[in-house]
Design a protein around this ligand. Sequence first.
Ligand SMILES: Cc1cc2nc3c(=O)[nH]c(=O)nc-3n(C[C@H](O)[C@H](O)[C@H](O)COP(=O)(O)OP(=O)(O)OC[C@H]3O[C@@H](n4cnc5c(N)ncnc54)[C@H](O)[C@@H]3O)c2cc1C
Length: 486
Amino acid sequence: MIIKSDPDIIKSFLEDNSGLRGGYVKEVSFPESTEEVSLILSKANKERVPVTVAGNGTGVAGGRVPFGGLVLSTERLNKNIEIKRLDDKNGKAKVHAGAMLKDLKEAAKKEGLLYPPDPTEDTAYIGGNVATNASGARGFKYGPTRRYISGLKVVLADGTILDIKRGESFAKERLLNLKEKTSIKLPSYTMPSVKNAAGYYIHDNLDAVDLFIGQEGTLGIISEIELDLIHESGDILSFFAFFDSDKNARNFASALKRNLKEALSVEYFDINSLALLKDKFPYIPDAEAALFFEKEKSKDDIDATLEEISGSLKKNGAFYDQTLFAQNENEYKKLFDLRHGLPERVNEIVKANGFPKVGTDIAVPEEGLDSMLSLYKTTLERSGIPYVIFGHIAECHLHVNTLPSSEKEYNHAKEIYIKFVEAAVKLGGTVSAEHGIGKLKHKYLEKMYGPKAIREMASLKKAFDPNCILGVGNIFPKELLNKAGD
Ligand SMILES: Cc1cc2nc3c(=O)[nH]c(=O)nc-3n(C[C@H](O)[C@H](O)[C@H](O)COP(=O)(O)OP(=O)(O)OC[C@H]3O[C@@H](n4cnc5c(N)ncnc54)[C@H](O)[C@@H]3O)c2cc1C
């Protein structure tokens, strides 16, 4: 097994895409098998050495940034991706945690199959996707990573290897019994009924596999993964439409959601997002808002669908002649680049500003979306801090990115964030719909579930990791682990 302590190599493991700074660690281990992961953990556990698991560092919540101990990199846990077709519609894949999302997608595609979750950044590792329950642009139709996980090998802090399959072990009245661990008490909170990646996934009859999805490296290290694949249906119908008013864009989004249930994604861009994109894509018209839409193309209903979309665009104040429809691969790529151009522009501005962006990941129930959006806009306009609002409008999950350029603005943006969190929680929403809590959003999670629930989460962690060596500082603060009941 390879262990590196060269500062130049370690440096790249002290960060992720969150902008969290100050991480430090003495060495990074690169296990090549589940058994090697187990050896590293059992030694670290005996010596009480904290272990931070690293995927490929594309996370945006500081989860893989270490503060002491050692880093266990999953980079070399990347043996062959095995793909098996089960019938003409479905398949299975077996991968190790360090398999890259883009490699899995390519391998599946070669067999005419699709791995549906699409969390944009395809250099992420599958282990990282599972640990954060990543979702993405096509989450409206396909849902998050969780939906496609049928089995996991997880190494616990003491080196025990769990081999769990979906459908085999369930909690009963919030008590979970596994072969290797019994009487595990689950927290008592109720999760909101919106897209959600905040804290542990808990419900009365929890499937044990689900507990390890979205646990952000705090309960065990995911080393091997069995995934479900679906039939790759091929052609996509997509367009980018621009609107004369925000209200019209939102009405159109609701109409698409209502009438075209098979939509893959409906993404919203506010006026500020369009202004940023215009620097790079000057053909964007002077619009108040835009929507990006995708749907699988079916030969049988394509004419009717196009007719319905065209009628609805005209009725809802879209700049019909400037709507960008993608009819072939090249045109689709152009729309895709436009949609993905925004995070890139935001990152460029953040770099130039020299201050991190303050980005929300809030989702609310459908009936709360209008009031949430109006709160975002009035508060941010009043603040004078530059911002963009964009994202998964069909799932009522919009990202607000404020772009401060001074300490004062940065602190103000963080205060505003708290205000948004409080409003979302009141509406029955979540503080994190897809990115997780990591080391940056503890206090928001507490606002969402309350202090008792956070203590219960810490106790659950201790049931799997009594010496508290794994993913310390992720999901809840380190100090809480000392207080949580054993
Ligand atoms: C431009 C951009 C766009 C993005 N878009 C989306 C999006 O649309 N949707 C979305 O959900 N996310 C998105 N992300 C966030 C990111 O890609 C996901 O969080 C991803 O799942 C992280 O994977 P990773 O391998 O990089 O993990 P890392 O960042 O290395 O780690 C993430 C967390 O998982 C833990 N972890 C990693 N591997 C394991 C393992 N094997 N076992 C246990 N714990 C582990 C780490 O300790 C850490 O807490 C985006 C990121 C970027 C940079």
